[in-house]
Design a protein around this ligand. Sequence first.
Ligand SMILES: Cc1cc2nc3c(=O)[nH]c(=O)nc-3n(C[C@H](O)[C@H](O)[C@H](O)COP(=O)(O)O)c2cc1C
Length: 179
Amino acid sequence: MAIAADPQLRVGLFYGSSTCYTEIAAERIAAALPGHAVELLNLAHTPLRTANDYPLLILGIPTWDYGELQEDWERAWPQLAEIAWSTKTVALFGLGDQEGYPEWFQDALGYLAREVRNRGARLVGLWPAAGYRFAQSQALTADGSHFVGLALDEVNEFERSEQRIRAWCAQLDREFGAG
Ligand SMILES: Cc1cc2nc3c(=O)[nH]c(=O)nc-3n(C[C@H](O)[C@H](O)[C@H](O)COP(=O)(O)O)c2cc1C
């Protein structure tokens, strides 16, 4: 398809996933961005430094073990220093459990946002925090109004994910182009 061949519309979607929820969300996000050529890249098999090949990036990260990084992300973390972030437009999504871990909801999403933003990436895809129930999160913007990326909770709100993914991908369609 001509549109997908346009290198400006190539998206590298990198994710880590221990029990497949982030992987399934990644597949749904790719399907909801038909105007882009989204390549799914599992950090268990692909080095994060490969992100240098893509101008547009989506990064998917679940939070584990009371506010910790998922294990593939933890292994990949040193490679964050090897990516030319100032040339990248980046959208993030996270998986978490707001009822089981209300004081650490989506923390890893926040840690990743801080890294890529501090290294000069253009961050898009902020997502309203209204409607979620949790005590604390490192993934909120300074004014607390938004998450720094799409926050999915497949444990407690799986029925809301499809609509959230659809709305977020429509937002990315606009924001990826608005550089
Ligand atoms: C042992 C354990 C610890 C978890 N810790 C957190 C946490 O601190 N914060 C959070 O938001 N979610 C936490 N979760 C929820 C996971 O992020 C959620 O299950 C997610 O869907 C896992 O994604 P994955 O299957 O792609 O690894 C935890 C889940 C488990 C089983």
